[in-house]
Design a protein. Sequence first.
Length: 490
Amino acid sequence: MSKSASAAPAQGVPLCVDLDGTLVKSDTFLDSLCILLRTHPASLLRIPGWLISGGKAHVKAEVAAVSPLDATHLPYNQAVLHFLEEQHRLGRPIYLVTGADTSLASRVAAHLGLFSGVMASNGETGSSGHTDSVNLTGNRKLTALQHRFPAFDYIGNSRPDIPVLSHSRLAYIANPTLGLRMALKSRTLSAAQCFRDRRSLLSTVFKAIRTHQWAKNVLLFLPLLLSHQVSMKTSVAAIAAFFCFSFIASANYLINDLLDIENDRRHLKKRQRPFAAGDLAVSSGVTLVLLLIAASCAILPHLPTTFALWLLVYATTTSAYSFYLKRVPLVDVLVLSGLYAVRVLAGGAATNTFISPWLSGLAIFLFLSLAMVKRFSELANLRERGIANSQGRGYLVSDLEQIRAFGTASAYAAVVVFSLYISRPDVSALYRHSGRLWLIVPIMLYWLNRVWLLASRGELDEDPVVFAISDPVSLMLAAGTAVLAIFAMV
């Protein structure tokens, strides 16, 4: 058991701090694995060999060498960091003592400039080819500390830290895991102070799965609504398809964020995403992915086979987008616009509704424009920050004007397709007063022009969908469009 938690810190007693989950809110090894999966996926097959030849420490060293993390953008626990800075100003010796690989620990120490020394795992292979691995966790960490210091204070966060915390003069904890919290409740360990720097789990999970992006999947209802064949059976099918599609979409968002964790940390806004910010563990993200896929598969047998095929097309394409296609200029926006069209086709398949080629054309051009405006806004933000190219993408700030041209041209093409559609004589079979649909054209022109105007002024959120569902003007225009469509039917 730790000594009295009320004891005052002693200036001469070294303060030792763990890295993963403590000084940094995330697990740096799992972060590195995510980068490895994105940049060198074949290297994952070498991990069993690394483990056999040198143990866990050797695996950490090899992974750190292939996919090194940027120490300047790690999600540091600000509460711990402020405490360390305060102790450093008092002249207290501070040591970074971690199970992470020594190369990463050294970069962190060099970046922060607070530490008197570093003790970390060492799994490098010597010149003789022999690997003398030391995985500095649990009791091995305790032995190393006791060998070096007669007394020490320690900051940790998880169950493997319990041996060290129990033998430290003062035990500090940071964002404690469930295992450590249980130890505290059982009174086998007492803590001098707890440093918390993490958002609530529930809100973080909802943010990670991006439930606001489910608004895109409303497109699955579009074929049914436009066919004017709404019934209880088709409505239930459309609702089931919506959730089935949304669960897979959220799983893809999680995978995308896990693979892009390093690039997101360099981004002005995306660094607040749960994985990049360290508010949600990579292991929790993998669990959520599996749960969402299982939930979608549970609904799938109740829907037509053709819907399952379109869902498979969506899942395959989004996976390819996450792993590679999003880094190919122009291909990325074409894929994004195509995925919107897939939503429409999937909605038609779920309700056995015929999809008009005019509707497919409208969707492709409209959403190509919105994908372009998203890239335009991202590059405009980079230009404001003085950055020449986008991280993890293939675009340059100098591409701004060309992207504007592509996007505005696609916007007007969507309006033209809609105009040609309502001019067809067979539209009168669906709308008694089809001529009234022309009133929707100026609304489309106004909204699309407004979106691009705001993007040019730097006033548009990088995601136009988020903008559309939170912008009062956009919501008012959407309501007006619905009213006009009903007005054309009666």
